[in-house]
Ligand binder design. Sequence first.
Ligand code: ADP
Ligand code: ADP
Length: 232
Amino acid sequence: GKTIAIQNVEKKFETRTGVVQALSKVSLNIESSSFVSVVGPSGCGKSTLMNLLAGLDQPTGGTIEMDGSTMNGPQSGNAVVFQKDLLLEWRTVQGNILLPYELENRLNRKQLAEQKRKTNELLSMVGLDGFGDKYPFELSGGMKQRVSICRALIQNPSLLMMDEPFGALDALTREQMMYDLLKIYTKYKCTIIFITHSIEEAVFLSDRVIVMSPRPGSILKDISIQLERPRS
Ligand code: ADP
Ligand code: ADP
């Protein structure tokens, strides 16, 4: 997985009513293949931080390095999952999962077959065997979110960022998704940054919990979680 070095990052937004400072002096080093959760109240800058890490926006101060090089824009090897599944309704499950791949590569028949095989393997891992030909409207919310996780994983990301990925799901589905995500983490060994409102999810899933405080968003606590059994 990627290593991330965040140095004194600041983010200000100019709005009609003045300047909003979303982040101030955020410094954080994230080790390769660690699973880091970010928690904190609404408006503390979690999404802003993730947008910066995803390269969707630029800091107004400080630097972000990934694997030792300074970020400028979206980087290959990074994948993002949002609270909304953002699936295309007119594409099948398989078509949705292959989308990022198709956008980057012109696939020949052999590559397409290989990618379809990989899609089926991913679907099977999240308990959606045989769902490749279904359309999003035929799936429950949890299933759709599993599909969007598969769509992120087909790119073999070395950094997986998730912004409240289970936020729209019911409690039972959420619990199942936590186990799925641990399985994925064990298998893919990518670095994971997981934004959540749920301290329970954070503690259950991650090695480290970053707690942020608002106005302007900064790191309040940085908690390492001792694993009972190392996840080698
Ligand atoms: P969180 O994800 O923790 O709820 P956000 O990162 O969404 O917090 O927002 C942090 C602060 O920055 C909030 O006060 C929010 O209103 C403000 N903010 C976020 N994005 C923008 C934007 N594009 N323009 C102006 N203000 C913004
Ligand atoms: P979350 O709590 O998940 O961050 P928000 O509703 O705070 O969700 O933000 C959703 C999106 O709207 C974010 O991408 C953020 O950048 C943007 N946003 C948040 N606050 C503002 C704002 N005051 N002005 C413009 N955009 C904003």
